[in-house]
Design a protein around this ligand. Structure first.
Ligand code: CMP
Length: 139
């Protein structure tokens, strides 16, 4: 498999719990290099645009409210099969179904406040990275 890039977000609940360092440690120990990172607070339009693919879902408004309630840490992770690797490190979307030792199993409160986001495919990774970072900000 080739070297890939993926977008990671430590969501407001993760920032509030004070686990930015712990999450970064898991990425780095898991073979993912942090190629870019910043803390931002999304406004409603930014969060709606990011999750536009989910706009017809019943949880959309609640998700946007959650994602805008405080700062998040957005990062570009790089490594061998980075998209899949990051998904393994995060665990299943629903923490009740996440495997032992994953970020969501260890820290997530519920299916919405699930601590981290990661791109799910190469096309979405490309869109999501460019949604937050210019090429010149990625190292
Ligand atoms: P994420 O991987 O960022 O992708 C979409 C997000 O929507 C997901 O993580 C959760 O935060 C949220 N989400 C997904 N499914 C549900 C659900 N059934 N109820 C509430 N929130 C959900």
């Amino acid at each position: 498999m080739a070297t890939e890039r993926t977008l990671s977000i430590i969501k407001p609940d993760g920032v509030e719990k004070g686990i930015i360092g712990e999450v970064f440690n898991r990425f780095e120990k898991g073979g993912l290099r942090i190629a870019a990172t910043k803390m931002i607070k999304m406004d409603q339009a930014k969060a709606e645009g990011f999750y536009a693919v989910h706009k017809e879902r019943p949880f959309f408004n609640s998700l946007v409210k959650f994602m805008t309630r405080g700062p998040v840490v957005v990062s570009v992770l790089e490594g061998e099969s980075a998209i899949q690797r990051n998904r393994e490190i995060m665990g299943a979307t629903n923490p009740a179904e996440a495997a032992a030792g994953t970020i969501r199993k260890d820290f997530a409160s519920n299916i919405e406040e699930n601590t981290v986001h990661g791109s799910d495919a190469p096309e979405t990774a490309k869109f999501e990275i460019s949604y937050f970072f210019k090429d010149s900000e990625i190292f």
